[in-house]
Ligand binder design. Sequence first.
Ligand code: BEZ
Length: 208
Amino acid sequence: MTLRIGETAPDFDVETTNGKINFHDWIGDSWAFFFSHPADYTPVCTTEMGRTAQLADEFAKRNTKPIGLSTDTVEEHKTWILDVNDTQNTSLTFPIVADPDLKIAKLYEMIHPSESATAAVRSVFIIDPNKKIRLTMTYPMSVGRNFDEILRVIDALQLGDAKRVATPADWRPGDKVIIPPSISNDEAKDIFPQGWDEVRSYLRLTEV
Ligand code: BEZ
């Protein structure tokens, strides 16, 4: 099964470092940043876990809960977290899914067999409060993710939902946004009374 944007994120019950959870219940009315990594006690993963913990306030500001996964056990995760906290100077409190039998990793297509039959690649799923998949990204094992981009895309998705806009290349909060082609000029006059720059009939930029 291919997991696509707009589809409901598959639900599951699983053991995590914060106890047993039902994924959808755990997401609740929040957004979720669900991400996999190859293994505990590996260098790139250690920096990513530390960075996620350091950004706890940034995720909370965006009503977004981080949750990690690797195909290790709760006991392994818990002892590794001590190392993450020590080496990355942080305090990791978000849950990490234990998936030693690869059940969730396979459900979310985090195992790419040409890379490894047992370790997950670096998958990202941004899931909204309706449990819909809003973004997927896949990074190779050897490249740590860009957490500025993860926060940026959450900002862009949430702004798009709130204001009915799209965001241009390299958009940053505060930059001009795009009025989507699905909104006619007549409708746009009501939604964007501040007006817009019409660069082309299909490219209208406004401020929100
Ligand atoms: C790492 O986290 O450092 C890593 C894990 C698997 C392959 C390559 C790097």
